[in-house]
Design a protein around this ligand. Sequence first.
Ligand SMILES: *Cc1c(COP(=O)(O)O)cnc(C)c1O
Length: 394
Amino acid sequence: MGDTAGVASRDRAERLKQLPPYLFVELDRAKRALIGQGKDVIDLGVGDPDLGTPPAIIARLKEAVDDPANHRYSMTEGLRQLREAIARWYARRFDVELDPSTEIVPLLGSKEGLGHLSLALANPGDVVLIPDPCYPPYRSGATLAGAQIVAMPLLEENGFFPDLGALSQRAVRQAKLMFLNYPNNPTGAVATLEQFEEAVTLAKEYGFSIAHDAAYSEVAFDGYQPPSLLQVPDAKSLALEFHSLSKTFNMTGWRIGWACGNAALIGALTQLKTHLDSGIFQPIQWAGIEALEHGPELLRQTLQVYHERRELLVAGLQEGGWQVTPPKASLYVWTRVPTQESSMAFATRILQQAHVIVTPGVGFGPSGEGYVRLSLTVPTARLQEAVTRLEKVL
Ligand SMILES: *Cc1c(COP(=O)(O)O)cnc(C)c1O
């Protein structure tokens, strides 16, 4: 799409040219070519739920859309009722109290807030600590802010949690902000409250903030309930947590999420946002309230489907000789490339020979090399078909 060098690139601002290159150009081209030839391509590359939004949420949207009071500009800080619903949800789910007036800001999808946060907090040259591999917007936002990115490798032997003791003194001293994300995309790893505590202790000692992306906090299996970083005592003195309705309620296209936690940090992000957006369309906010109030019932069925798919994919890959650990949470199976190929070479070959798309780990950062990510967001029968095809080509 946009980021290859071309005629228009000389017109672009330098800061845009600093953004990392889009690594999947070749893979995308190969995919489009196959589809153009009429081939049946199964896409396990994207993390976009295929299950529809629950009908109760849609009904609430329809009702709200008929009310002219909802047609005007909404405010950046969102409906009071939405912030209150978020606070109630947080209290129920995590036993964490939030002040709806100062400690919550709704977002046009959490990606928006995660991408903007560095602009609100970091000066040029400040260090931003970012996991590698990671969800790309953390890096893009820090890059646009002119910050200095220090990567925190997520290694399998550490359960894909950063080795905080291995960070250099210089990095932690100059750090303004650290991003964390559990349940993790792309690794599917989860973190304990003790690990969060370790991060909060370090942040307190060196005076930096933490942004924890909890987009998958509700997508967990076998009765496991991922913790909130804000459950760490005193985390609210320096941390924000980002949530999204996208993955929890199959609402990726709706664009609604939020950040919550430290009031000064929320204030900074809100201030920036008042200059850039005018809030979420109010009917979507009302639908979001519906989702939060009826969360557990709406979620149960969705989780059953993902659980069934996880079992099928993990068992299928294991039978094919892959070494796979079933993820406790998230929509992804993260696994070592089962051959000697690079992740990109392997993904390209799988696409050509099996017409199955998997995401090469290197696309999420250099430490993702050697791994691929497979997503659970295709219908179960298609997943079964993908497994059968993968077994044939290996
Ligand atoms: C999907 C995803 C999000 C973004 O969700 P939106 O609220 O739809 O912007 C955030 N973080 C991670 C890690 C994700 O995978």
